[in-house]
Write a protein that binds this ligand. Structure first.
Ligand code: ADP
Length: 199
C-alpha cells in the first residue's frame, strides 16, 4: 500500500450507526456447491428478516460477477480475489449496521478464514450448505453440471475444481433433507439464541 494513504477516522462510529437501526450487524456467509441452495435459502432468510423490520443486504455470486467482479474468472487466483473483494464489501455493509447475507461457493478454507478475520468475533456466521453433490447435480438449476461433465466449462467446483469442506461452520444445512422453511427456521433460531435479533 502506498505510504501516503492514511486511514481517516469518521465522526460517526460503527457502533453509533447500528444504534439508529436498532439492530446488531452480522455477516451470514453461505458456502457450498453450486445448486446446494445458497441463493434460495439466503433469499428466504432475507425476506423473513426484512418482514420483521430488520435492515439487511444480500450479496449473491452471479450478481456480483455482473459488476464488482466482472473482470474475474474462475481460476484459483481469480476465485481468491473474488472472495477478498466480496469479504471487504460485506464488512463495509456490516460497518453500516446491516445484517449481510453473502451467498458464494467460496470453495477454499483460507478465503473464508480471511473474511472471518475481517469481522469482530461472533459477527461472522459460516453457513455450510452441506447438500450432497449428487443432489446438487441432479437439480442442476443452471445446467452447469451437465456442461462441466461434457467439458464445455472447466474449473467447475465439485467436478474439476476442489471444494474444501468447512471445518467448524456455525451452521450446517442439507437442503436434500430440509425444506426451505426448516432451513430458515434454523437460521432464525441461531440469530435469536445469539442475541443478534430479538424477534
Ligand atoms: P446455489 O445458490 O447454491 O447455487 P440455488 O439456490 O441457486 O443454489 O439452487 C438451488 C436449487 O435447488 C433451486 O432450484 C431450488 O429451488 C432447489 N431446491 C429444492 N429443494 C430445496 C431446498 N430444500 N432448499 C433450497 N433449495 C432447494
Amino acid at each position: 500500500m502506498p505510504d501516503n494513504i492514511v486511514w481517516h477516522d469518521h465522526k460517526i462510529t460503527r457502533a453509533e450507526r447500528t444504534v439508529n437501526k436498532h439492530q446488531k450487524p452480522c455477516l451470514l456467509w453461505f458456502t457450498g456447491l453450486s445448486g446446494s441452495g445458497k441463493s434460495t435459502i439466503a433469499n428466504a432468510l432475507d425476506l423473513a428478516l426484512h418482514n420483521r423490520g430488520y435492515h439487511t443486504f444480500l450479496l449473491d455470486g452471479d450478481n456480483v460477477r455482473h459488476g464488482l467482479c466482472k473482470d474475474l474468472g474462475f481460476t484459483d487466483d481469480d476465485r481468491v480475489e473474488n472472495i477478498r473483494r466480496i469479504g471487504e464489501v460485506s464488512k463495509l455493509f456490516t460497518d453500516a449496521g446491516l445484517i449481510v447475507l453473502s451467498a458464494f461457493i467460496s470453495p477454499f478454507n483460507s478465503d473464508r478464514l480471511l473474511v472471518r478475520n475481517l469481522l469482530p468475533a461472533g459477527e461472522f456466521i459460516e453457513v455450510f450448505m452441506d447438500t450432497p453433490l449428487e443432489a446438487c447435480e441432479s437439480r442442476d438449476p443452471k445446467g452447469l453440471y451437465q456442461k462441466a461433465r461434457e467439458g464445455t466449462i472447466t474449473n467447475f467446483t465439485g467436478i474439476d475444481s476442489p471444494y474444501e469442506t468447512p471445518e467448524r461452520p456455525e451452521l450446517r444445512l442439507d437442503t436434500a433433507v430440509m425444506s426451505v422453511d426448516q432451513c430458515v427456521g434454523q437460521l432464525m433460531a441461531y440469530l435469536l439464541e445469539r442475541g443478534l435479533i430479538t424477534q
